[in-house]
Design a protein around this ligand. Structure first.
Ligand code: ARG
Ligand code: ZN
Length: 485
């Protein structure tokens, strides 16, 4: 069993990665939330049919009321894209295989901007209209509950990013040599029609054509690459289930490196030459980071891995894109550790609502602390103490990690740093062995699925045999600086 005993130092001090700083225009977020139709997203996620057998316009997430859709699940996306970085033009065909979870006279997809030129359902022309980020599809005949159907959407235009409630950009973000394509939490809908909420997970096939000399990188395994008439087509397959926000189709002029790890994981790294020298020593650690995390958290969930290191200074964050995290510049090792840990916590085990985001960010941040501790850096206790020393009016204590309050706050310091502090408190309360067993059981019981905060706290109590209610109440759910236990 992996222990948390110190291992010999293998490298110098780890660069601390500041959690994504969030200035929080709360009023803006409140406005956005209020802008959603009152009928949308109010618990209509599951099989509950709103009046008239129309699928609901949202998955029921109060932070992003229009994100996702009710009435069906997508099992597979087949995305065929052609992108011209010079003009910024995207041509797309999306083929969705879905199953109706209720009788459906119409249903929504999420798609922002772009022009839809045709929609078919089961190969028959379907009526469609646009309503903000909703693409409303009315099939010729109603779909019965349980029916598996195929939706084809052809579309084109000049994609661009959305601005999130916290002011950051997400989605299709053009760069000087292509596009940085990162979809958390909302941006998938800027480049393909989706059931855009992590409640829905699907497999993906991507066929992406770009001018020769450019590389198009998506998730999973590269199945083929072919150049003809000055254009190169890349085919990627993501077979394990993936939430839409973790999909990418990043385009740029990249140096590519491919190899297979000792564990048989296929690695594909794409690196902007401007970042290559700085990125190389960090990327070299990827196999050992994944091995170390596998020892701690259980088997790596995917058959593919890697990184896209872009040169995209306008982005300001990295993303745990499934199998192949996306970095806006050469990452620090701690960032690589963080995004890799998300492959277990966030990607394989997904959220059911954005409010639970600490299950992603707190866990990935705690992985950084554990990595430091076991590689000659400061201990997790040390990281905890440094944070705890912050005064009571520091933004760290502004809201509880387990209840950020709005979509504007999901990437704030309390979610990352205090989220990790929650896990450290848990570790101290249950001991190292039980703590690791909890993390591993969490990853294995919810592998490729979903987990909620309530399920995690229940698991922690079950595994430890301890009543942890007041611990979680204080550290996870109460705002303000807790008294030290
Ligand atoms: N999940 C990413 C990380 O922790 C951060 C994504 C931030 N996204 C955003 N739109 N601000 O690495
Ligand atoms: Zn993260």
């Amino acid at each position: 069993m992996t222990s948390l005993q110190k291992r010999p130092a293998r490298r110098g001090a780890v660069l601390r990665r500041e959690a994504v700083a969030a200035t929080i225009p709360v009023a803006v977020a409140a406005l956005l939330a209020a802008a959603g139709p009152a009928s949308a997203g109010t618990g209509a996620a599951g099989p509950t049919a709103p009046a008239g057998s129309a699928g609901s316009a949202g998955a029921g997430d109060p932070y992003f009321p229009l994100a996702g859709n009710g009435g069906y699940h997508v099992s597979h996306y087949g995305l065929t894209l052609a992108y011209d970085p010079k003009t910024g033009h995207l041509d797309g065909t999306a083929v969705l295989t879905a199953r109706a979870t209720q009788r459906l006279t119409r249903f929504d997809l999420d798609l922002r901007g772009l022009k839809v030129t045709g929609v078919t359902v089961d190969h028959r022309k379907a009526a469609h209209r646009r309503d903000g980020q909703e693409l409303v599809v009315t099939p010729r005949t109603a779909l019965r509950k349980g029916h598996e159907f195929r939706v084809t959407v052809t579309y084109n235009g000049t994609p661009g990013p959305v601005t999130d409630p916290d002011g950051s950009l997400d989605g299709w973000i053009p760069t000087d040599d292509g596009a940085f394509v990162a979809g958390e939490p909302q941006g998938a809908m800027t480049w393909f029609p989706a059931n855009n909420h992590p409640q829905d997970k699907s497999s993906y096939d991507f066929t992406i054509t770009v001018p020769a000399g450019h590389t198009a990188v998506a998730n999973g395994v590269l199945r083929g690459q072919r150049t003809a008439h000055g254009r190169t087509t890349y085919r990627w397959r993501q077979s394990e289930p993936m939430a839409a926000y973790l999909a990418t189709a990043t385009v740029g002029k990249f140096k590519v490196e491919q190899y297979t790890t000792r564990d048989g994981v296929k690695v594909y790294n794409a690196v902007d030459p401007r970042e290559a020298a700085k990125a190389a020593p960090v990327l070299k650690e990827l196999p050992s980071v994944l091995e170390w995390e596998s020892r701690l958290f259980g088997p790596y969930p995917y058959r593919a891995a890697g990184a896209v290191v872009d040169h995209a200074p306008q982005v300001g964050y990295a993303l745990e894109t499934q199998t192949r995290p996306l970095y806006d510049s050469a990452p620090a090792l701690s960032t690589l550790v963080h995004e890799s840990a998300h492959q277990w916590f966030g990607d394989s085990v997904s959220l059911t609502r954005w409010k639970d985001i600490w299950l992603n960010e707190g866990f990935a941040t705690y992985a950084e602390w554990l990595y430091d501790e076991q590689h000659g850096g400061p201990s997790a206790q040390n990281a905890f103490d440094t944070l705890y020393a912050r005064p009571a009016d520091d933004r760290l204590w502004a809201y509880p990690a387990g209840d950020p309050g709005s979509g504007a706050a999901i990437f704030g310091t309390p979610v990352y740093a205090r989220g990790a502090m929650v896990l450290h408190e848990l570790r101290k309360a249950v001991g190292d062995r039980t703590f690791l067993r909890i993390l591993r059981t969490w990853a294995s019981e919810h592998r490729y699925g979903h987990g909620t905060t309530a399920q995690f706290t229940a698991l922690a109590e079950r595994q430890s045999g301890k009543d942890l209610k007041s611990l979680f109440h204080t550290w996870l759910l109460t705002k303000g600086k807790p008294d030290k236990a």
